[in-house]
Design a protein around this ligand. Structure first.
Ligand code: FES
Length: 101
């Protein structure tokens, strides 16, 4: 299987989980729509919509929030991004093949 280069990873950063240093007792609003410029979290109180999810940290620890918005266990990454990335790599390979033929 083809691997993503560093440049390619930067391009698809939104498809990788985001590690956030959460502080015990602090509230975090996970963005479920993907439109917030401060991913993986909502940017402003006004923008908290139906897709925002409240997470209150039990502990001070690194939390792996979903960034791809495909998780079945929001707001946490459950590995679903791997399927999306596999499709991206397949499509890249298909497009490169078309260009060279
Ligand atoms: S980033 Fe891992 S499931 Fe979305």
């Amino acid at each position: 299987m083809e691997r993503l280069t560093v440049e390619c990873r930067a391009k698809y950063e939104h498809l990788f989980p985001a590690e956030v240093k959460a502080e015990q007792g602090k509230k975090y609003f996970w963005c479920g729509c993907g439109k917030s410029p401060t991913q993986p979290l909502c940017d402003t109180v006004e923008s908290f919509g139906d897709n925002a999810l409240l997470y209150i940290a039990d502990l001070t620890e690194d939390v792996c929030f979903c960034n791809c918005k495909q998780t079945k266990n929001p707001p946490f990454c459950d590995g679903s991004h791997a399927k999306v990335l596999t499709e991206v790599v397949k499509n890249r390979k298909k497009n490169e093949t078309k260009r060279t033929s």
